[in-house]
Design a protein. Structure first.
Length: 242
């Protein structure tokens, strides 16, 4: 029902090239969603251009959704190929939530459903290692670009200011001097005793420095919560197993 809605002039291109018509609800109709707020700033005063809104939508669709979905898929794939890792992870998840469930029942003297919260997730140390190792082997963003702000010399090669320099994260994460047997899925690499002296830029699935991914903490929390829920109820087996 389009009654009471004002149509915007913005169209977003899809993969097929077809435009998507967007509209904004009339004032007071309902609480504004994020897209509504973007449209409001475009229609009322033009603070955001159409290009600004397209870029924000791309950020949410690709940086905020697609990358996390890819990471989830690859981690599940790796767990399906490494049952010993999956079993160890399941033991950690089950042990924690069985204990929490028992505590809740004792406190309330009734059956309770244990929610997977951020506080609970922080206790799953091996899950953290599994996620990091998955992102090491299969980073959702395999390369990042930076522009040189001044002339510099790298390994005898002069790099003029303004040159775009790409960092190939996929290859960086496979440096055998830092990650022995780099093609092996081994979450133990990220245990504190094994990663304490590692260079902070040796593992950069979310980039690094002041321009790193602003959604890093949210993405990691999302990955861990969903994986914990899945491992709590399912086991994954690769069909590629010999």
């Amino acid at each position: 029902n389009k009654q009471g809605r004002r149509q915007s002039t913005i169209s977003l291109s899809t993969g097929s090239g077809e435009p998507i018509s967007l509209s904004m609800p009339a004032s007071g109709e309902r609480r504004l969603a994020f897209m509504d707020l973007l449209l409001k700033h475009h229609i009322n005063g033009g603070e955001l251009s159409e290009e600004d809104i397209r870029e924000e939508v791309d950020t949410f669709m690709f940086e905020g959704h697609d990358t996390t979905a890819m990471a989830m898929s690859w981690i599940i794939y790796l767990l399906g190929h490494n049952m010993e890792v999956q079993d160890r992870l399941a033991l950690e998840v089950d042990s924690l939530f069985d204990d929490l469930h028992s505590e809740m029942r004792n406190e309330s003297n009734s059956s309770s459903t244990t929610e997977i919260t951020l506080d609970a997730i922080k206790q799953l140390k091996y899950l953290d290692c599994v996620v990091k190792e998955g992102l090491r082997l299969c980073p959702s963003v395999p390369l990042i670009g930076r522009s040189a702000t001044e002339d510099m010399t790298i390994s005898g090669h002069v790099v003029p200011a303004g040159t775009v320099i790409y960092c190939f994260i996929y290859q960086l994460h496979r440096d055998p001097e830092i990650f022995p047997d780099p093609e092996v899925f081994n979450p133990d690499r990220f245990l504190p005793e094994n990663s304490g002296g590692r260079h902070p830029f040796a593992f950069v699935p979310f980039s690094a420095g002041p321009r790193n991914c602003i959604g890093q903490k949210f993405a990691l929390a999302e990955l861990k919560i969903v994986l914990a829920r899945l491992i709590r109820h399912y086991r994954f087996v690769s069909l590629d197993q010999p």
